[in-house]
Each structure stands twice: as C-alpha cells, then as structure tokens.
Design a protein around this ligand. Structure first.
Ligand SMILES: C[S@@+](CC[C@H](N)C(=O)[O-])C[C@H]1O[C@@H](n2cnc3c(N)ncnc32)[C@H](O)[C@@H]1O
Length: 713
C-alpha cells in the first residue's frame, strides 16, 4: 500500500494539496504545496498509534497489545536502554519484517540512509572536523554500541530481528568497512532515528542533551512520526510556514479535526470519525501562514548550531538563506574589491563561492564553541609560573575540587568539563569564575572557600560571595558587565586536604567584583582568558584564512565544505569571546575606573557626571600608577589602548594569529575573515551534556538536538 492510503487507513489525514515526496531542485526530497494553502489549514494529522515509539509505563499498561513485539520485549528485557537505541531497535525490527510489518508503507518512504550524517563519513572525511566539537576520538561509537548492546539483543531474539544476528560476535576493532548485516541495518536505522525522530519530555518538549538526560526518570520519549518527518527544516523564520502540535482527543475534536471531510476516505474499519478507540493523542501539523502553490513546507528542528545540525541531521542550512544582507560583506570580496569591480556584489560573491548560491557568507547565530577545563587549567598554571607564582599541585587540585563542588565544573568528572561559549554569551560566568579561582592567591582562595561555604545567598546581593577586598564591592558585579550570579543548588564539597568547616552549597559565580577591585588581577584574568581562547583556536589545524580561502574555492564541496563551515562557526564564537574579553578589559580600565569601587562611588557622589569622563591627564596618571603594580605582579608594561587582542595574547608568550602585513589579497582575506568572525547577535542555550544510559549512545546522539515537539496542550 502507498503511504497516503496507509496513513488514512490508520486514521490519519493529509492535506489533499500536499506532495509529501517531492524531489527538490537540489535533489533532496521535501514537502511541496501543489496549490495555495490558507493559514491555519491542517497539513497532516497523525494518530499517536501510527508513530513508532517506546511507550511510557502508563501508556503501555493501558494498551499492552497495541505495541509491536519488539517494544514489549525491550521494555521487559532491556529497560535501561536509551530511548534512542530502543526506538532504533524497534525500527530495525519493522524494517526486517518486510511487508508483514504494520509500518511497511512507512518504512518504504524512508531514505536509504541519512546521507551526510557523521555515521557515514569516512575516516579521512572526519579529519576535516579535527579540533571541532564533532572531533571523534576512540572507536566508532556506532560500531562500539552495536558490538556491546545491539548484537547480543539481535542474537537473543532472531524472531524479532530475522536475518540480522551475526554468526560471530563482531570484533572490538570492527569498522564500517567490516559491516555485517546487523551492523549495516543498525547503522541505517540509527541514522534514520537520529535525523528524523522527535523528542518529547513529560514536562517539556525537549531539544537538548540535558533535558533528555531526565528520561531516566521516565519523562522523555522519542517518536518517529510518519509523514510529518518528511518536512524539512529552515532556520529562516521568513521561510518557515508550518508548526507541530500535539492534541488530546478532546482538543482534536474541538478543533473539528476528527470529522471526515465530504468525500474523504473512511478511516479504519469501525471508526466513526478520524481516530479510533484507544488513541489518546494526535500530532498535528498546520500551516502557520499562507503557503503558495509550489512552495516548500518548512518548520524548525530547533535553534541548533552548525555542529548540532551536522551531527544530528547531516546538513547545514543553505548558505544563501541565512540573513543574506548581513553576509554580503563577510567572506565575500572585500568592500574595497567590490568597489573596484563596481559590479553586482552578490553575483561576485556567488561566483567566488563556487557553490552557485552566493553562499560566501554564512553565520549561524546559534553556533557554539567548547572550551575544555584542561585548557583553562593549563593556561592559568602556565601564566602563574611565568610570573614566578607557581600553583602547587595540591592547591590546584583543591581549587578544582572546590569548583566542582561549587557547581562551576561538572561534579562527576570535573576534569572533563567543557565550558560552552555561545555567540550571544561568549564569556560564560562559569568560565570567568574558574579562571579567577585558578589565578587567585592561596589566601584569597581560602577566604573565598570560607565565605562561600558559609554565605547565605540572600546576604550578598545577587548571591555572589566576595572574598577579601572584593567583599565591599559585592552587589556591584553587574556594573562592569558581569552576569548576575547563579545560585542554583550545587553538591556539597568533596573532602580535600584543606577542608574548611564551611562547604559550598550554592553555585559559585564571581561576576566582575574582584576584577573591578583589583586592576592587576583583572589584567591577569583577561590575559589568561585571551590565551585560553587562543589555545582553543590553535586546536584547529587550519587558520581562519585557510578556511575562508577554502570556502571561496569551487573545489570545496560536499562534506569538506560542511566541515569547513562547522570549523568557521566555532572560530567565530571564539573570536567573539576574544573581543568580549578585550571589551571587558577596556571597560574595567576606563568605565570600570569611572564606576569604581563602593568607596570610589561614595567619594564621587559630590562630583557628579564630570568624574565619569576621565581626562587624558588622568588616564596618563592612572597608567603611571598602574605600571609599578603590574610589574609587581610580573605583568610588564601595560598594553597600549589601541593594541588588539591578538597582540596582547602574543605578549603573553603564546603567540597570536595577528597579521604581519602583506599584499592586497591577504588584506582582503583578513577583512573578509574579520567580517565573518565579527560575532553573532542572537543565540540560544546549547546543551552538550553527557547522557547516562546503559548503552551510552545517548551522548553521541543527543549532543545534537532532535526536532522540538510540543507537549500536550
Ligand atoms: C526529518 S528528515 C526530512 C525529510 C527528508 N528530506 C527526506 O527526504 O526524507 C531530515 C533530513 O532531511 C534533510 N533536510 C532537512 N532539512 C534540510 C535543509 N534545510 N537542507 C538540506 N537538507 C535538509 C536532511 O538530510 C535531514 O537529515
């Protein structure tokens, strides 16, 4: 049976003017309106029992016989499997059952694979992702999960997964090249679930690893939604025209979705309207706005970074679809060149890009970059050493344990913590707090521990504990741009060699109070931060210039192009963070000095606004006052106001990527790279947490988000 009649026979509905399986000019498939569709019209209605999913206990108890045998078996025999892996196994079962499967018509619509999903990249192609958050170390996770979790299940129940059991258990070193039938089926099904599944949490519809981790408490489900999963994604709100809802029966009835249209085929046998006894929810896709004949139906899979899109779905948004006006000047020819050419700028950019799409400039506002704790620690230790203030190993451990107990580092494996930098929040408070704690003296640290451990968040405005000299500035942290302190619960401090009676119980957030108080310390923190960011830049084998050059060349296509765009997206965020550090440093020097400490403020009260603006003389005097202090701290001469971030990093001894001058082309490329890396203006939280299922595959899968799905209204 074809898919549309199958769906209708199961109580679903499809708008008569939708072509669900249209081949787009790109060669991909998409959903197209054959004629105009009005805003609010129903596009697709799917009773929940058409979906492939692992039911909650409650759902299963209500309808134990309505679920496939594979679901029943996995629930009973392998309740600890992640929903991702369990759903993959159920899909594999339906795929192997062929025409006997009640989902045969759906299975027939599924593509042969998720073509560019990382599961399908060769080792050589994956090298292009070196340094990015998608760099994979260790064995291929799919092979590993298959060997450890899937193969034993296939071998146990050959009736549920006929023909897939391996004759011998696959070797640990098995790779994609040594696929057996089971591994091939698993790789395909996993790619499909990864790129098509919708995630639902009991309380929230979720879209990130952190939320999905709650599933262990019974909250989250992964759904394959036939037909609805044909709809492609767009980041561009102007192009999106559909959204998904989940309705219960009463809501669906009230919305008149369960009544048959005149001439509409009968649904299931015995059904009076659409939907049947036992079906308690419907997934409904509606038109958000009028859809013109020939237009593609698009919705959003979530606010995802390029890395997440590639990891989960194997694609990146169209390069010429993303805020095109903003990008005309990014990686394309420089304004100077365009002026010289005097021609059509967009056409010039399109020609240079080689992709025919004018896709020279692309920036995803949801991009993120990861900064490992190990890099933070290494830079801070190195900086202190270079200043003859070596950090003893015991104190270092003490600081790390304290940060973990204070919720700044993950508690289970603090050393594996990765700080997530977002374009909109390029300097997360956790990172700045960690740097400050690492760089503070032993006395300051001990005082912080004492005060933090005993501090009542209500007693320090913003909940920020403030050690030593910074105490008097408590409550002013936000003044210099610091984020308000977080005060979420954190685990108690683990015992360490230097335990004080007071133990941290709130999340530590130092803000900028200490930096406002102590300009030498502020400079150390800023220099360390720049070095950390620079060290993260250095983990990519290619420079920004190389990447920009590659994106401009016609040869850079396919997976290489996807990888280059992921690399540049991350570098963009790192560069934005560097600029934020420089801004912070300037603010602390100029604005910070004007805003001053509490005492300064008190002194300034009479002087009014005049004091806010520092005269040239005062600046000079300030610089002279600063110099001896800096030298005491081993910082050398202060950098001049005009000096840029890279040079400052260079002066810290780690070298920068500053330009050494050169020809016009080089200058143009710099200009282009600068444009590209100017930082994004809109971003969203991105979760990169670990997920703790028996099979461990959740981590790889959930690192990228799946489609958001609304919860029951
Ligand atoms: C949920 S499916 C959508 C239906 C899919 N196009 C098909 O033919 O089956 C998600 C997959 O569609 C493709 N896709 C979705 N949105 C896309 C976009 N904006 N650009 C390119 N490919 C996209 C990707 O291959 C992704 O893994």
């Amino acid at each position: 049976m074809d898919f549309p009649p199958w769906l209708r026979s199961r109580g679903g509905r499809i708008h008569p003017e939708l072509d669900l399986f249209h081949t787009l000019p790109s060669g991909d498939r998409g959903v197209i309106a054959r004629s105009d569709i009005a805003e609010g019209e129903l596009l697709l209605l799917l009773p929940i029992d058409c979906a492939i999913y692992i039911p909650t206990d409650e759902e299963f108890k209500k309808h134990p016989n309505d679920f496939p045998d594979a679901v029943r078996y996995l629930r009973e025999a392998h309740p600890g499997l992640s929903p991702f892996l369990a759903t993959t196994l159920v899909l594999m079962s339906e795929m192997t059952r062929g025409s006997v499967s009640p989902w045969a018509a759906y299975v027939a619509t599924l593509p042969a694979s998720c073509p560019d999903c990382l599961l399908n990249w060769t080792e050589e192609e994956k090298l292009e992702l070196k340094g990015t958050s998608l760099e994979q170390s260790g064995p291929d996770p799919a092979v590993d999960v298959y060997r450890r979790h899937v193969a034993p299940i296939l071998a146990c129940r050959t009736d549920l997964w006929p023909g897939l059991a391996a004759k011998e258990p696959p070797a640990a070193e098995a790779t994609g090249a040594t696929l057996d039938a089971g591994l091939a089926a698993f790789a395909r099904a996993a790619g499909l679930v990864q790129s098509r599944a919708f995630h639902l949490e009991a309380e929230n519809w979720v879209s990130g690893a952190k939320e999905i981790a709650h599933l262990e408490n019974g909250g989250t489900q992964v759904f394959l939604l036939p037909g609805i999963d044909m709809i492609n994604h767009s980041h561009n709100p102007d192009r999106r025209n559909a959204h998904l809802e989940r309705l219960n029966v009463a809501q669906a009835a009230a919305a008149k979705l369960l009544e048959r249209e005149p001439g509409e085929e009968d649904a299931r046998e015995g059904a009076k309207g659409v939907g049947v006894r036992g079906v308690e929810a419907f997934f409904v896709m509606r038109a958000d706005k009028p859809i013109k004949a020939g237009e593609e139906v698009l919705h959003t899979y979530g606010n995802l970074s390029d890395a997440q899109l590639l990891q989960t779905y194997g694609f990146l948004d169209s390069e010429d679809d993303f805020f095109p006006a903003q990008f005309a000047t990014s990686v394309g020819p420089s304004p100077k060149k365009r002026a010289n050419a005097g021609g059509n700028q967009t056409a010039a950019a399109a020609g240079a890009s080689g992709d025919g799409g004018g896709g020279d400039g692309y920036r995803n506002p949801y991009n993120a970059a990861l900064v490992p704790w190990t890099a933070v620690e290494e830079v801070c230790v190195g900086l202190l050493k270079s200043m003859d203030q070596a950090l003893p190993a015991a104190l270092r451990r003490s600081k790390r344990d304290f940060l973990a107990a204070a919720g700044v580092l993950q508690s289970a494996a603090p050393e594996a913590t990765q700080f997530v930098l977002l374009a909109q929040e390029p300097l997360p408070d956790e990172l700045m707090t960690a740097v400050q704690v690492l760089l503070m003296t032993k006395d300051e640290f001990q005082e912080l521990r004492r005060e933090f451990g005993s501090s009542d968040p209500k007693s320090t405005p913003g909940g920020r504990p403030a050690p030593g000299a910074a105490r008097k500035a408590a409550g002013k942290g936000a003044k210099a741009g610091g984020k308000a302190a977080a005060t979420s619960a954190a685990p108690a401090a683990p015992g360490d060699s230097d335990n004080t009676p007071s133990q941290p119980h709130k999340k530590l957030s130092l803000g900028t109070a200490l930096l406002e108080e102590d300009e030498d310390f502020a400079e150390m923190v800023c220099i360390a931060s720049l070095q950390i960011l620079e060290s993260c830049m250095e983990r990519y084998p290619s420079s920004v210039k190389d990447d920009v050059r590659l994106l401009r060349s016609a040869e850079c296509r396919g997976r290489q192009r996807l990888a280059v765009r992921v690399r540049l997206g991350e570098k963009d965020v790192l560069q934005t963070a560097k600029k934020a550090v420089v801004e912070l440093m300037k603010r602390l020097r100029d604005g910070g000095a004007a805003e001053g400490s509490q005492d300064d403020d008190d002194d300034d009260d009479d002087n009014g606004e005049e004091e806010e603006v520092e005269s040239e003389d005062e600046k000079e005097e300030d610089g002279q006052r600063r110099a001896p202090k800096r030298q005491r701290r081993g910082l050398g001469a202060p950098p001049s106001e005009g000096e840029d971030a890279d040079k400052e990093v260079g002066s810290g001894g780690r070298g920068g990527n500053g330009d050494d001058g050169g020809d016009d082309d080089e200058d143009d490329e710099d200009e282009a790279a600068d444009g590209l890396l100017m930082g994004s203006d809109d971003s969203d939280k991105v979760g990169y947490g670990a997920v703790d299922y028996d099979d461990g595959i959740g981590e790889a899968h959930d690192r990228g988000k799946a489609h958001d799905l609304p919860k029951d209204n």
